[in-house]
Structure formats: structure tokens, C-alpha cells
Design a protein around this ligand. Structure first.
Ligand SMILES: CC(C)(COP(=O)(O)OP(=O)(O)OC[C@H]1O[C@@H](n2cnc3c(N)ncnc32)[C@H](O)[C@@H]1OP(=O)(O)O)[C@@H](O)C(=O)NCCC(=O)NCCS
Length: 165
């Protein structure tokens, strides 16, 4: 996948460990980082997360981007990971709380998916808690369709996919 993507006024740039201080502002914000284990308290954890992204990029080609506004400020992140759906990657995305609801999440997801298809994956997945309305709406607007809901250990998950046209 490319190092940089354009999405209207947003630009997406592959993250590396030097982005840790900026990214940590988002990862440590309880109003934003509501997924997984919740906000990260230690920047060392953010650095480790970034190093893993780098390893996954080398292993599988999946890339995670920092989402920047037209001032170059990091307002979110979006990318692919190899998760619950086997060799077909999943998308993850996050926009900091103060910038949510402006269409940025939809735009960032659409840019990552278009690049993923260009790079050769014909189907991209997303898994979302049924109560997490914002990503369900953003992903649907980016062209994802719902496949199924599965009960896994920690509750239900909606599986959605985006197939290359
Ligand atoms: C998911 C996320 C990236 C979306 O970012 P965003 O920039 O706000 O996305 P958009 O503005 O493009 O779209 C959000 C949509 O959800 C809608 N929405 C937000 N909260 C909602 C709610 N509680 N109920 C219903 N719709 C809601 C918005 O109205 C908007 O839809 P609309 O434009 O049709 O009105 C952002 O909410 C986020 O970072 N959430 C925390 C992390 C997360 O859950 N990531 C997804 C993991 S799968």
C-alpha cells in the first residue's frame, strides 16, 4: 500500500514510531479512544503499537495511516489489520472527539479501502459492536454492507464487508 493517500482536504500518511507523541494525544483521550481496552495511559504502549504496525506492514503489506487535516494536525488514524477474518484484512479507524461528525471518518475509511483494493485485496472487512452507531453509519456511507452478527466472548459483533467493484 502507498505511503500517502489523499482524501479531499485530508491527507493520510503511513505512521511510524516518530509519530508516537502526536498519536498518543489521541490514544490517551478517553473521549476518543473508546475501543479495545480503552485509553492508553503510557506512551510506551503507543510506541509498541506503532512498532507492531510496522511489523505487520512488512509481514502482510497492511498499512496504518495518520489522518491529518489541511494544517497537518493529526486528527485521527485509519488502516488495515489482520484480525478475525483470516487473510482478508479488517479496517480500523478513529477520529479525535473534537473533529467527529464532520465526515472525516467516512472519507478516511473510503480512502483506505480504495487503496486496499488497488493493492490487490478484493474484499475488506470491518467488525463493529452493534451499539457503536457512528462507525456503522460511516462504514455504510463508505459502501460497506452488513454480512452477519456473531456472538463472541465479549458480546455481539457486526461483520461488514466492502467488495471491489
Ligand atoms: C467511527 C469514527 C471514526 C467516525 O468518525 P467521524 O469523523 O465522526 O465519521 P463521520 O462524520 O464520517 O460519520 C459519522 C456518522 O455517524 C453518525 N453518528 C454519530 N454518532 C451517532 C449516534 N450515536 N447514533 C447514530 N448516528 C451517529 C453521524 O451522524 C454521522 O452520520 P451522518 O453524517 O450520516 O449524519 C469516530 O466516531 C470514532 O473515532 N469513534 C471511536 C473509535 C471507533 O469506534 N472506531 C471504529 C471501530 S470499528
Amino acid at each position: 500500500m502507498a505511503d500517502e493517500l489523499a482524501a479531499g482536504e485530508l491527507s493520510l500518511r503511513a505512521l511510524d514510531v516518530s509519530d508516537a507523541p502526536e498519536l498518543h494525544l489521541i490514544f490517551s483521550d478517553p473521549a476518543t479512544h473508546t475501543i479495545g481496552e480503552g485509553p492508553k495511559s503510557s506512551i510506551a504502549d503507543t510506541r509498541q503499537w506503532l512498532r507492531r504496525r510496522d511489523e505487520r506492514r512488512r509481514e502482510y503489506g497492511v498499512t496504518w495511516y495518520g489522518v491529518r487535516d489541511d494544517d497537518g494536525t493529526l486528527i485521527g488514524n485509519a488502516g488495515l489489520f489482520i484480525g478475525r477474518t483470516g487473510v482478508e484484512p479488517e479496517i480500523g479507524f478513529e477520529i479525535r472527539a473534537v473533529d467527529q461528525g464532520k465526515g472525516y471518518g467516512t472519507r478516511a475509511a473510503a480512502a483506505v479501502v480504495a487503496e486496499a483494493h488497488r493493492a490487490g485485496w478484493t474484499r475488506i472487512w470491518a467488525t463493529v459492536r452493534p451499539t457503536n452507531a457512528a462507525p456503522l453509519q460511516a462504514l455504510t456511507r463508505a459502501g460497506f454492507v452488513s454480512d452477519r452478527t456473531e456472538d463472541e466472548g465479549r458480546g455481539s459483533l457486526v461483520y461488514l464487508y466492502h467488495r471491489q467493484n
